[in-house]
Unconditional design. Structure first.
Length: 286
């Protein structure tokens, strides 16, 4: 197998990603662009076998560390041994190569570091009536009640900045990690920032990043009033309708961890989203 580094221009890379059946934020061109702005070295690899492109991977490099998230992207059907060969080829680097593949890749040369995570992927490529019917009963009933008081609106840039600041405080308080919230401000692809306001005061908000015909939930925040009134229900529902109108077919709602966030998992899965298990984050030996 051979690797062609940094040969694709933006339209060519986007064309490769457009065929994916799932959202892969970390393999999108826009993600590479915003990470470059944050100081990362970004490279894009196309792996070929006998002259045929079989995989592609966007790689982040910092000093002696190479990171590949939600990838490589398989461009054709490969056997498990071939997938492992692709990863080990990408690990030919004067440093450590850490890979979190979208689907499991195991075997010699693949050393698991972090157990696999599951994501909730919500297919919104259907008529609104069908989409609503697919909501779980309790979720749909709570949504109906919450819609009477919560009227979501698209956030202006100043309000988006306010939302990012609130979420930064929230992550410190709850002790979770995420990509820098400023990505929401600098994202060069399409995005949707939606929120609930009363009297000019922001009570809740969500940000979705659009990439390759799909979207990824990026961050969200709600104050006590919004949490008590299930405001995130109408926000997520209206976001789905708005994203669908913009041609988005699926939304990655993020990790589903039933041990540490059962209520959050129930909220995501209440939409009718399906659970997909990614591969383990692994050290790949060249």
């Amino acid at each position: 197998m051979d690797i062609l580094w940094d040969q694709d221009c933006e339209p060519e890379w986007q064309a490769r990603m457009a065929g994916l059946p799932y959202p892969a934020l970390r393999q999108s061109w826009a993600f590479g662009t915003v990470m470059q702005g944050l100081g990362a070295s970004v490279r894009r690899a196309v792996i070929c076998d006998a002259g045929i492109a079989v995989a592609a991977a966007q790689v982040l490099q910092r000093r002696r560390l190479r990171l590949i998230g939600q990838g490589p992207v398989w461009l054709t059907t490969l056997e498990p041994g071939q997938k492992r060969q692709v990863l080990r080829q990408l690990a030919r680097f004067a440093g450590a190569c850490i890979v979190t593949p979208h689907d499991p890749v195991v075997g010699f040369g693949i050393v698991p570091l972090i157990t696999p995570k599951c994501s909730a992927i919500w297919n919104i490529d259907m008529l609104p009536a069908e989409l609503r019917q697919n909501l779980h009963g309790k979720w749909r009933n709570r949504l109906l009640r919450a819609e009477e008081g919560c009227k979501p609106v698209v956030l202006t840039r100043p309000k988006l900045q306010e939302l990012v600041a609130y979420e930064a405080i929230q992550r410190v308080g709850r002790g979770y990690k995420n990509l820098p919230g400023t990505i929401a401000m600098d994202w060069q692809g399409g995005k949707l920032a939606i929120g609930w306001q009363q009297g000019g005061e922001l009570h809740a908000g969500m940000v979705f990043l659009i990439h390759d015909g799909r979207a990824t939930y990026f961050l969200g925040w709600a104050n006590q009033t919004a949490r008590a009134s299930f405001a995130h229900g109408p926000l997520l529902w209206q976001a789905a309708l708005m994203l669908r109108a913009r041609g988005v077919k699926a939304i990655d709602l993020g990790d589903v961890n039933s041990e540490t966030g059962a209520s959050l998992a129930r909220f995501k899965l209440g939409t009718g989203a399906e659970v997909f298990a990614a591969g383990a984050t692994s050290l790949v030996l060249p």
